[in-house]
Design a protein around this ligand. Structure first.
Ligand code: TXA
Ligand code: MG
Length: 328
């Protein structure tokens, strides 16, 4: 199959709509990461998404709507918490998990009776969903376990030959995936961290908790390794002292070290330096594409993160998963 990349405009939207309504899949931009979209009402179409990604069968997909008024297209049971969170953060990088209605096909929810619902703020994403007229199931558009794609070229690298069309809406503004929140009880439970932090959620709902190992079953995606580059990777958090020596040791062992970091890293000698920025927002935006760039340029990635976990909840989560918990 030939994979076309087309800038988002009226023509490419209508081509994409034809593909979706014909039971096919299309990669679309969102403000978080690119998604691999299919009709959330069509088991066969959703199956194609699982195949293109090589995704484990028990990991459910997020359903995307163009506006909050369309919530009924995916659930009959909006809860108070879900309404509070959607009012505060939607359209935007938040996914609320609710009981699914009977239209959402079984493959979307991977056998669960719930559905993750998100209303993206990216104008092209909303225009495309609106044009299709149905909810679109869309996981991140990477091969399973790989870093999520934040530009059309990264989608192409994973999906070339597997999907007919990539809609190119430029670089994603946020760069890490949405915060996923179980909204079925009295307290919101964070299943995946993101730009919307636990503190922001607590402010809106009055309380918040994190998924414990018991609730892992509720968000099957959490048990898989994720976001990993093809090469080895280490992280260093908040303390730059001694980092240069560690990098030197790796170089002495013959490694080509690619360092990802902020301005304070610019003076550290290494095989290749990738500047991620000096704020959490800049780091999140550059992070995934830097992993893909880093693995092409060297044999080991070292990522220095100067922020606290409280400041960069979602970033810590992605970084720790990418390096498999290996700190240096
Ligand atoms: O920002 C995002 O959320 C991006 C863009 C494309 O919207 N999508 C995304 O999808 O990251 P994906 O499939 O890569 O990650 C979805 C996560 C997985 O961890 C999955 O287990 C969880 O959300 N999830 C989806 N539906 C769920 C459900 N019904 N219950 C619990 N967890 C769910
Ligand atoms: Mg993903």
């Amino acid at each position: 199959m030939e994979t076309q990349i087309k800038k988002v405009d009226e023509n490419s939207i209508s081509l994409g709509k034809e593909i979706i309504l014909g039971g096919g899949i299309v990669a679309i931009p969102t403000e978080t990461v690119y998604g691999l979209a299919a009709s959330a009402y069509d088991n066969n179409a959703v199956e194609k998404v699982f195949i293109a990604k090589g995704r484990p069968q028990d990991n459910p997909l997020i359903v995307h709507l163009s506006k909050v008024e369309d919530l009924y297209k995916a659930t009959d049971c909006p809860t108070k918490i879900a309404e509070q969170l959607l009012r505060a953060f939607s359209p935007g990088p938040i996914t609320v998990v609710l009981h699914k209605n009977s239209y959402i096909c079984e493959r979307v929810s991977a056998g669960l009776d719930t559905v993750g619902i998100r209303i993206p703020s990216h104008k092209d994403a909303r225009a495309f969903i609106e044009a299709c007229g149905i909810p679109l199931a869309a996981p991140s558009a990477n091969t399973s376990k790989r870093p999520s794609p934040t530009n059309a070229g990264d989608v192409y690298n994973d999906m070339n030959g597997k999907i007919p069309l990539i809609l190119d809406g430029g670089q994603c503004e946020i760069g890490i995936e949405s915060t996923v929140v179980d909204c079925m009880g009295d307290t919101p439970i964070i299943l995946r961290t993101g730009k919307i932090t636990s503190e922001m959620i607590k402010e809106v709902c009055g309380s918040v908790s994190f998924a414990t190992s018991n609730s892992v079953v509720r968000s099957p995606g959490m048990k898989y390794t994720h976001y990993a580059p093809k090469c080895k990777m280490y992280c260093r958090f908040m303390d730059i002292l001694g980092l240069e020596e560690k990098i030197q040791q790796l170089s002495n062992m013959g490694e080509k070290v690619v360092l990802l970091g902020d301005s304070s890293c610019k003076k550290i000698s290494c095989h290749h330096f990738i500047y991620l920025g000096d704020s959490v927002e800049q780091y999140m935006k550059e992070y995934f594409s830097a992993l893909r760039d880093g693995e092409r340029k060297g044999s080991v990635i070292v990522c220095y993160i100067p922020f606290s976990e409280k400041e960069g909840e979602g970033l810590y989560n992605r970084a720790l998963k990418s390096c498999g918990g290996n700190t240096i």
